[in-house]
Ligand binder design. Structure first.
Ligand code: NAD
Length: 292
């Protein structure tokens, strides 16, 4: 199948390469030309705009940072909707505000274009393995039609409800991840300050109830002082802002989320915005005046 792919960053590049590996023909675009190099070298055809991608493909995937980027790529000048035809499908796999997803869905529907929101969880390692967890909102029939394509990139793809439900689910995911990393950072700092070897703490508790996918993925990075992303602090700030705004809109209190958001904001102003979110530990290290 010929598939368009827009947004070839940390996530988009391995996802696009997996589609190529599964035998799909790919037309790709990124607003930064250098980001297209790796995927073009792997066999994709480069395009000059999102419009050109949509002109050439009946199925287009977007994987860009946030709501304004999706709107620019889809609704903007030289965007997907300028090139798409009625019946085409857009899968937006970016993590964006659920309300923005619904706005893009409506604009697509006016042109007869079918759109689902399908954000992912699992980060770069699972994007490389093709084992992402994919959460989907939109029309059920469209989800069913693209299920096999999603499963090239994912280990699971779950239909969550109407347009925006995929991104709503992703916000829940991002709250749990952020609060979990903060809890791990707080606990490991306590052990470290008290003179207990953090490697031993990890070995002792990872198999018990406190163990988690977050602990498995992030503690080795923390202990190895490897804060290369992964998932950047600035992207997590974006997700928690979307969660807090949505919480205000629906009347759901997000006490823990707002506290972790303040830590992330502090880290951003300390120049750590491009670090992996495991760098939440640096917030505690700064307060305590020592490294774990
Ligand atoms: P990234 O910043 O590495 O890549 C985004 C790419 O989109 C960049 O190459 C950028 O040039 C391109 N882009 C931006 N606006 C564009 C436009 N209008 N047209 C064409 N290209 C455009 O980000 P990423 O880490 O790959 O994340 C992408 C999305 O996936 C985000 O919504 C993020 O929250 C989500 N996500 C990331 C991770 C992770 O671990 N990195 C995990 C799960 C979900």
């Amino acid at each position: 199948m010929k598939i368009g792919f827009i947004g070839l960053g940390i996530m988009g590049t391995p996802m696009a390469k997996n589609l190529l590996g599964a035998g799909h023909e790919l037309v790709v675009y990124d607003r930064s030309e250098e980001k297209m190099g790796e995927v073009v070298k792997a066999g994709a055809r480069g395009a000059a705009s999102s419009r050109e991608v949509a002109e050439k493909c009946r199925l287009v995937i977007t994987m860009v940072p946030n709501s304004p980027h999706v709107k620019a790529a889809v609704l903007g000048k030289d965007g997907v909707l300028e090139g798409a035809k009625a019946g085409d499908i857009l899968i937006d796999m970016s993590s964006i505000a659920p309300l923005a997803s619904q706005e893009v869905y409506k604009a697509c529907r006016e042109k007869g274009v079918r759109m689902i929101d399908a954000p992912v969880s699992g980060g770069e390692p699972k994007a490389i393995d093709g084992t992402l967890s994919i959460m989907v909102g939109g029309d059920r029939e469209t989800f069913d039609e693209v299920y096999d394509v999603l499963m090239v990139m994912g280990g699971s793809a779950v239909y969550c409800g109407d347009s925006g439900a995929g991104n709503m689910t992703k916000l829940a995911n991002q709250i749990i991840v952020a609060v979990n990393i903060a809890a791990v950072s707080e606990a490991f700092m306590l052990a470290s300050k008290a003179g207990v070897d953090p490697e031993k703490v990890f070995d002792a508790i990872r198999g018990g109830l406190a163990g988690s996918t977050v602990m498995e993925a992030k503690v080795p990075k923390i202990l190895g002082r490897d804060f290369s992303p992964g998932f950047r602090i600035d992207l997590h700030i974006k997700d928690l802002n979307n969660a807090i705004e949505t919480g205000h809109g629906v009347g759901a209190p997000l006490f823990l989320t707002t506290q972790v958001q303040e830590m992330l904001e502090r880290l951003h102003f300390d120049g750590c915005g491009s670090d992996d979110h495991s760098a939440i530990v640096k917030y505690y290290e700064k307060l305590c005046g020592s490294e774990i």
